[in-house]
Design a protein around this ligand. Structure first.
Ligand SMILES: [Zn+2]
Length: 150
């Protein structure tokens, strides 16, 4: 098996509890290149081919790969290079907030709900989950550190 981009939210802790390989991205028992949860994580092969698919699912790898970055702009550039679309969502004490978009089609379609001008109670539970899954709120600090809410 090979690296598979994560398209939707997947619980890495649930995977960790299961017996589904040592690599979260190919589910093989392969030497771990970067530990993500306990002793398990991502293998060398998957790390070499890694692309962000879902910011919430990929948060541990994103944190790992951006830890050497030293400024807000470097981290933003890294995310853009990974084709992650960022919608600015305010600034507080020099920490900038964004919505990192996982699914642009859904994000755009439900824009009014996401930005609070329409009520999420208007849609059914399954749609609500789909909307919540279409983006992750993130914060990028001046020193380049990133915090991903999921
Ligand atoms: Zn792998």
């Amino acid at each position: 098996m090979e690296f598979r981009k994560k398209k939707s939210y997947e619980d890495i802790y649930k995977w960790h509890r299961s017996n589904n390989g040592t690599c979260f991205y190919c589910y093989e028992d392969a030497p771990v290149a970067a530990k993500l949860v306990g002793e398990r994580g991502i293998c060398q092969e998957c790390l070499a081919h890694f692309r962000v698919g879902h910011v919430g699912t990929d948060r541990h790898v994103i944190t790992h790969l951006t830890k050497g970055l030293r400024s807000h702009d470097e981290t933003v550039a890294w995310l853009r290079k990974q084709s992650v679309k960022l919608a600015p969502n305010g600034e507080h004490n020099g920490i900038r907030s964004y919505l990192a978009i996982n699914n642009l089609g859904i994000f755009d379609y439900y824009h009014d709900i996401i930005y609070g001008s329409a009520d999420i109670a208007e849609v059914d539970e399954k749609t609500a989950r789909k909307i919540m899954d279409s983006y992750n709120a993130i914060e990028i600090y001046q020193d380049g550190a990133i915090r991903i809410c999921y």
